[in-house]
Write a protein that binds this ligand. Structure first.
Ligand code: ACO
Length: 338
């Protein structure tokens, strides 16, 4: 099998119009802008309209990434959507996005690994391109976690938002993929999960719905501890596999779950805040969408230069974690294709 390189040819994002601010949340339950800001770094998040499914926000991001790459949908050979909030349990949201893009017949599948979804997706999609299976893959992280939130539970309701980010990956002579680390440990899946609705519980009942057991349930302190430890370990291992050190990183683009988690991990890795991308104040935690949204904003701001070393790192339900070291390959405006 031929071995080739892979690069990001285009990147884009989309968020729903409606904004839910900390002061809106203050009207809904006992919380404060001060508590949310100091504990999480969040100020506002975007919420999808009732008639706007995950495939629609994914479509918005996909179109933006294709436009940024200067490509038509017909150039895409495969679609991957990383999401835990698919339109339906099945079929895969990727199939629906393909139809909405007008490229029926193109293969598509979803990856469900919660907030680690984009990191896993980037590794899988890069592997398929580097081994010649596909020439171009549209990888989308798309989530509507607001649909799974119990807005009576202040412990989780403040954290999550909706949105999507996408990249067009394509075969290239110079390889952008430098190394990665993926991990998962399902010993305590209930640290961060949806108690009912799957086959791990008896069929969902009216009582479950009344008790809101069909919403995100989380052991926040445990996830916090796990997150800092695993972000450090994943970063270190991904850099090791690439023969790099934290000094070589131009930009860390981390999963946006909590500003304190990001800052604690970066400090322990001795990476200064000027090299860490944080946009959590405007989006909250958008799960698999958070890294590609942050990448898209960073590229659009003109911050990425050819040869920059990016470090994508994330963690989430599973519990799961991962990091990818990536060399930015620019080709025109916004750091991507003109
Ligand atoms: N407003 C006001 N007070 C609150 C709120 C709120 N929104 N939420 C909790 N509190 C209270 C608690 O009730 C508690 O009060 P008590 O001491 O009287 O019991 C107090 O604040 C402290 O609670 P802690 O849970 O200790 O607060 P902590 O500093 O740990 O912050 C948080 C909570 C923000 C959830 C933090 O633990 C965290 O970020 N954890 C990681 C979450 C995460 O990363 N999730 C990843 C999801 S990824 C995925 O796959 C979907």
């Amino acid at each position: 099998m031929n071995q080739t390189g892979v690069r990001i040819a285009g990147v884009g994002h989309y968020v729903p119009k409606r904004v839910l601010t900390n002061s809106d949340l203050e009207q809904m339950f006992d919380t404060s802008d001060e508590w949310i800001t100091t504990r999480t770094g969040m100020k506002e998040r975007h919420i999808a309209a009732p008639d706007e499914p995950t495939s629609d926000v994914a479509l918005g991001a996909a179109r933006a990434a294709l436009a940024n790459a200067g490509l038509e949908p017909s150039a895409i050979g495969c679609i991957i959507v990383a999401t835990v909030t698919p339109d339906y349990a099945f079929p895969a949201t990727a199939c629906i996005v393909g139809a909405k893009l007008g490229i029926q017949g193109v293969p598509g599948f979803d990856m469900e690994i919660a907030c680690s979804g984009f990191i896993y997706g980037l590794t899988v999609a890069s592997s398929m391109i580097r081994t010649g299976v596909f020439k171009r893959i549209l990888l989308i992280g798309a989530e509507e976690l607001s649909r799974l939130v119990n807005y009576d539970d202040r412990n989780t309701a403040v954290l999550f938002g909706d949105g999507a980010g996408a990249v067009v990956l394509e075969a290239a002579e110079r390889d952008s993929y430098l190394g990665s680390e993926l991990g998962a440990d399902g010993t305590n899946p209930t640290d961060l999960y949806l108690p009912v609705g799957g086959t791990g519980a008896l069929p969902i009942t009216a009582e479950d719905i009344a008790a809101k057991r069909n919403t995100i349930t989380m052991n926040g302190r445990e996830v916090f501890r796990f997150a800092v430890t695993k972000m450090i370990a994943a970063t270190t291992h991904a850099l090791d596999s690439a023969g790099l050190t934290p000094n070589d990183i131009t930009w860390v683009i981390p999963h946006q779950a909590n500003k304190r988690i990001i800052e604690a991990a970066a400090k322990r890795l001795d990476i200064g805040p000027e090299r860490v991308i944080i946009n959590i104040e405007r989006y909250g935690n958008t799960s698999a969408a958070s890294i590609p949204i942050a990448l898209s904003e960073t590229a659009a701001a003109g911050k990425l230069k050819d040869g920059d070393v990016l470090l994508f790192v994330g963690f989430g339900g599973g519990l799961s974690w991962g990091a990818v070291a990536w060399r930015w390959s620019a080709n025109g405006k916004n750091g991507t294709r003109a």
